[in-house]
Design a protein around this ligand. Structure first.
Ligand SMILES: [Cu+2]
Length: 79
């Protein structure tokens, strides 16, 4: 029983840490976008779309999907 509680608690902590990572990534992307990066129109559209879907997934509680989108956007931005 005790082991189960410890396990549940560590999952909760891991979940919270994961959840709080999305806004950090979004901020990094926003900062990079604010600096007007030299991107092609196509890549700019991709980044904008990924940034938006990342936020939507985050708000829906799908943090893994959110991180996937945000990481993809970061890759295009070179961060
Ligand atoms: Cu999230």
């Amino acid at each position: 029983m005790r082991a189960l509680l410890v396990l549940a608690a560590s999952f909760a902590v891991a979940g919270a840490a994961f959840a709080s990572n999305c806004p950090v990534e979004m901020k990094a992307i926003d900062a990079k976008l604010a600096a007007k990066p030299n991107l092609s129109k196509e890549n700019m559209e991709k980044v904008t779309k990924l940034r938006k879907s990342g936020e939507d997934h985050h708000k829906a509680g799908k943090h893994a999907d959110s991180m996937k989108d945000l990481n993809e956007a970061k890759k295009i931005l070179g961060i």
